[in-house]
Design a protein around this ligand. Structure first.
Ligand code: NDP
Ligand code: 2IT
Length: 446
């Protein structure tokens, strides 16, 4: 079986050259699938691996727009429609200069397993653009979003593909995208999630990813008879996911001592709490791409060009971006006594870093399980839109918490069933995979 997996992986690398992030995401999943393929020879005969790595469809398009000085700018737009075996394509849009097809394919691939774990009927997709929101005016962002949607609208729909936010795409961008969609189609529907709360958005969706990460971390800690009360926590990033995570860590009695940005990290031993959490929203809205102003405002230490993993903490929550925590960072965390690493971002830890955590026997959970609360709450937003009935905050939060507890239980039980107890990575990959693979079998050769 190992040879079969290796063979498909080499084909993926050969057929998709120059896509290192996509190769990494596929390898990380494939490395854990041997036991399930041995137990289910039907997956191999139906070529499920070969099929699951091939996006059902990719749309690439030109996005022309005019900046405030009247200059014409051209960006590239993408939507990767990865897998619709268990529901309409679902996944975020990322606006960041680092966006390439490789990044979006890795994210869309991860989304297959994540969305499957949520227990909701959500297929997988991802999209975005190499547009750089940094330093852009509100009008420029609006014109860009309108141009982006002028092409995208014909490829999406409530039962076809439902995009949402990701890096660089928050409520403001979803608003401009939705406005243009409505203008082009004359339909007011739930085609995007993460909408404004007064026009169809779900309560708790802005906080959901970060809240979910922390609910998941709490479940992990319970397996070692402890919890977040009194724990020192390192968070990276200062965006949407980091913000939600910081709020929830505070509520559960932990203390967050770091935040980070592309410019470096902040160390605040007094804890990121109260008005400091609100300041995170200002930092993000300023579109300056820097976390340094936090250190200046609250007299915390700032480490230029460094990452927060050298600080002694009990729990680490990487919430910024892919490959932001490498093997050396992982060794440093373990050496300093960290007992739990729960991924808020998608694939923030390199393959070598994950190996360090697994070998050290500390708690480690991949983003596809731990950050699934965001897309799960998007799924709840879709339900509310279909019913045309908003749910109160408490109801959404209770459902979110239950979903995260279910995902945790599924990971633990699946890992045990397949002979790798305590391995959340294998548990998440196998459980996510089996559901989608079975749906693909049921639906014939499509
Ligand atoms: P935001 O745009 O709100 O924040 C992104 C954060 O990451 C910012 O702090 C950003 O800084 C930082 N960042 C981005 N690129 C880099 C880089 N190359 N180097 C260092 N820091 C960087 O995005 P989100 O909080 O929504 O997303 C964060 C992570 O969580 C991503 O991996 C995303 O895929 C994942 N995620 C998001 C979900 C959601 O619902 N929003 C759901 C599940 C996962 P700056 O913007 O200044 O560059
Ligand atoms: O990575 C992710 O799961 C997201 N960016 C959220 C996707 C969604 O559709 O809510």
């Amino acid at each position: 079986m190992a040879e079969y997996i290796e063979e498909v992986l080499s084909t993926v690398k050969a057929k998709n050259p120059n896509e290192p992030e996509f190769h990494q995401a596929v390898q990380e999943v494939f490395d854990t699938l041997k036991p399930v393929l041995e137990r289910h020879p039907e997956y191999r005969s139906a070529c499920i691996l070969e099929r699951i790595v091939e996006p059902e469809r990719i749309v690439i398009f030109r996005v022309p727009w005019m900046d405030d000085s009247g200059r014409i700018r051209i960006n590239r737009g993408y939507r990767v429609q990865m897998n619709s075996a268990i529901g309409p394509y679902k996944g975020g849009l990322r606006f960041h200069p680092s966006v390439t097809l490789s990044i979006l394919k890795f994210l869309a691939f991860e989304q297959i397993f994540k969305n499957s774990l949520t227990t909701l009927p959500l297929g997988a997709g991802k999209g975005g653009s190499d547009f750089d929101p940094k330093g852009k005016s509100d009008n420029e962002v609006m014109r860009f979003c309108q141009s982006f949607m002028t092409e995208l609208y014909r490829h999406i729909g409530t039962d076809i593909d439902v995009p949402a936010g990701d890096i660089g795409v928050g409520t403001r961008e979803i608003g401009y995208l939705f406005g243009q969609y409505k203008r082009l189609t004359r339909e007011f529907n739930g085609v995007l999630t993460g909408k404004g709360l007064n026009w169809g958005g779900s309560l708790i969706r802005p906080e959901a990813t970060g809240f979910g990460v922390v609910y998941f971390a709490e479940e992990m800690l319970k397996t070692r008879n402890t919890n977040l009360e009194g724990k020192i926590v390192a968070v990276s990033g200062f965006g949407n996911v980091a913000w939600g995570a910081v709020i929830k860590v505070n509520q559960l009695g932990g203390k967050v001592v770091t935040l980070s940005g592309p410019d470096g990290f902040v160390y605040d031993p007094d804890g990121v709490k109260g008005e400091k959490i609100d300041f995170m929203l200002q930092l993000r809205a300023s579109a300056r791409d820097e976390v340094r102003p936090y250190a200046e405002k609250f007299k915390a230490s700032f480490y230029e060009g460094k990452r927060p993993w050298c600080i002694k903490v009990d729990v680490a929550l990487p919430c910024a971006t892919q490959n932001e925590l490498d093997e050396n960072d992982a060794k440093e965390l373990v050496k300093n006594g960290c007992i739990c690493v729960t991924e808020g971002a998608n694939m923030p830890c390199t393959l070598d870093a994950v190996k360090v955590f697994l070998e050290a026997g500390i708690l480690y959970a991949p983003g596809k399980a731990a950050n699934a609360g965001g897309v799960a709450t998007s799924g709840l937003e879709m339900s509310q839109n279909s019913m045309r009935l908003p749910w109160p905050k408490e109801e959404v939060d209770t459902r979110l918490r239950q979903i995260m507890q279910n995902i945790h239980r599924t990971c633990v039980e699946t890992a045990e069933r397949y002979g790798v107890p305590g391995n959340y990575l294998a548990g998440a990959n196998i459980a996510g995979f089996v559901k989608v693979a079975n749906a693909m079998l049921d639906q014939g050769l499509v």
